[in-house]
Design a protein around this ligand. Structure first.
Ligand SMILES: Cc1cc2nc3c(=O)[nH]c(=O)nc-3n(C[C@H](O)[C@H](O)[C@H](O)COP(=O)(O)OP(=O)(O)OC[C@H]3O[C@@H](n4cnc5c(N)ncnc54)[C@H](O)[C@@H]3O)c2cc1C
Length: 479
């Protein structure tokens, strides 16, 4: 420990030691470090992601403790808490990695101005994206509206910078008594659900932290990258990387993933590698859209949809949320989400399409539900994907392309193993009947002990009628 003025490192969505430009810069400044997190109601995520945040804080605190430091946790509005800590600790410098959501940008800009006026050095760094949102632009300097053009342009910028190693030696400062009393202990974080504790499924599924992220990446690159393009759409195979919550909380950076994937490129085909990297590209595209459209989660990017006659149907919305629509693949996805805080991408598309088209419920209801239940929820990817699936976004799937949840199920879960895992009441049905039990013959149902409407939900809408209703609503917009 040292008596020099400390440098504050403010962690927000970057819970890692390696490839952390703010931490590296602070360490190189020679000042002893005070690492901190602020739990600010204005930026706290939804319930499932809050559970993850709790784990992310604990994991980083453990890492810092093993290097002689601590992660100090405070609560309150960042604009008040951070300047107060600067005053109380006598810090002369503050370091952070940039965030790109509207609230985060506004808060950071205000704090930066205030601290700079007080003579404090503030240094912010890039790290959450391959390229900062304002750097991928059309020739005329405007944001891209089409993914393929965006991604081509992003790749033309070249490789992201090589990842930074963890700083070799970290020196830490003590928290002075004046502000030590305001620091929270893990029992005070209040980020985990308590009454009731619904997080068992999340605990069974995930272990937040930097080390787990790199283990997952290693496994993915060794075992699944080589078949990624062909198998990523099959939810039962579990062959996508499952890195989304780790990226969301910055346990790993897209730059680290990019370079590790490039190193493996020799062992996987160009198609698989390009497909996987393009998914990181969608994440970048989403952030670039949010950067340009602050209200991406609340306003149709295509204003024609403002007149859409969405239905107000709380009962149907609840059936969808609870995985009780009677459509097996939809219900499997919604139950996977509820139990694990995550859902396979293909199934996210199917359930989103079902809500918006089969139930004709406003996509913003789905966006809000996902925001509260996904551990990987981020405001850019969620809003972009909802608008894409609802047909209201830029470069979106056209509304009139209504996904058939039964055909999707037959195609991407042919032997029904994903459905059997999440909708166990259908498990005894043969593969031929599991995708649409109500169409099965009486003998098949009796033999399996399945009675739609009694032992399992009956379909809450008829596929053909629902499709026609959706198309009629869409035609009424005269798009
Ligand atoms: C309606 C809907 C809502 C979604 N909400 C979110 C969200 O809140 N947060 C989130 O991270 N992803 C969201 N996605 C995108 C996608 O479903 C997840 O990123 C993906 O399922 C994560 O699994 P993975 O890490 O195994 O992905 P992989 O297939 O291994 O892909 C690698 C990484 O690329 C990124 N990625 C992949 N697909 C997409 C995509 N379509 N859009 C943006 N980034 C992508 C993710 O960071 C992912 O971790 C949503 C998709 C839909 C259809």
């Amino acid at each position: 420990m040292s008596a020099k003025p400390p440098a504050l490192v403010w962690f927000r969505e970057d819970f890692r030691l390696a490839d952390n430009a703010a931490l590296t810069d602070a360490a190189q400044s020679g000042a002893p470090l005070l690492c901190l997190v602020i739990l600010d109601d204005a930026s706290l995520p939804g319930a499932a992601a809050r559970w993850w945040l709790d784990g992310a804080i604990r994991a980083l605190d453990t890492q810092l403790q093993s290097r002689g430091g601590r992660l100090h946790v405070f609560r309150g509005p960042s604009r008040e808490v951070l300047p107060r800590i600067v005053r109380q600790t006598g810090a002369r410098s503050v370091f952070w990695n940039r965030r790109y959501d509207p609230n985060g940008r506004e808060t950071d800009a205000a704090i930066k101005t205030e601290l700079k006026e007080a003579g404090i050095t503030v240094r912010s760094h890039a790290g959450a994206l391959l390229h900062e949102p304002w750097t991928v632009r059309t020739r005329s300097g405007t944001p891209f509206q089409v993914f393929t053009a965006f991604w081509r342009s992003a790749r033309d910028l070249g490789d992201p910078r090589p990842p930074l190693p963890e700083p070799p030696a970290l020196t830490f400062a003590d928290l002075p008594p004046a502000c030590a009393h305001a620091g929270l202990t893990p029992d005070d974080y209040a980020l985990r659900p308590a009454k009731p504790d619904w997080a068992q499924g999340l605990r069974d599924e995930w272990e937040p932290g930097e080390e787990t992220a790199h283990d997952l990446l290693g496994t993915f690159l060794t075992e699944n990258l080589a078949t990624y393009a062909a198998s990523r759409d099959f939810p039962a195979r579990n062959t996508s990387s499952r890195l989304s919550p780790f990226l969301r909380f910055g346990h790993i950076t897209p730059g680290q993933i990019w370079h590790a994937t490039a190193e493996k490129a020799g062992t996987a085909s160009q198609t698989d590698t390009a497909k996987f990297l393009a998914e990181l590209g969608w994440r970048e595209f989403a952030w670039s859209l949010l950067f340009t459209h602050d209200d991406l989660a609340t306003r149709n990017l295509r204003p024609a949809f403002d007149a859409m006659p969405w239905r107000n149907d709380p009962k149907a919305l609840k059936a969808w949320q609870q995985g009780r629509t009677g459509y097996p693949l939809v219900d499997a996805g919604m139950r996977q989400l509820w139990h694990t805080g995550w859902m396979h991408n293909r199934v996210r598309m199917v359930v989103a399409s079902f809500l918006v088209k089969h139930l004709l419920i406003d996509w913003r209801e789905g966006e809000r539900w996902f925001a509260d239940t996904l551990v990987d929820h981020d405001p850019a990817s969620n809003a972009t994907n909802w608008q894409w699936n609802a047909g209201t976004g830029v470069d979106a799937a056209p509304f009139f392309r209504v996904m058939n949840p039964i055909l999707q199920s037959r195609k991407f879960d042919p032997d029904g193993s994903y459905i059997r895992r999440w909708v166990p009441e259908l498990a005894p049905l043969p593969d031929s009947a599991i995708h649409a039990p109500w169409e099965a013959g009486e003998d098949t149902l009796r033999h399996a002990g399945v009675i739609p409407g009694e032992t399992c939900p009956a379909p809450i809408v008829d596929h053909r009628e629902a499709r026609e209703r959706a198309l009629a609503a869409w035609r009424s917009l005269k798009p």
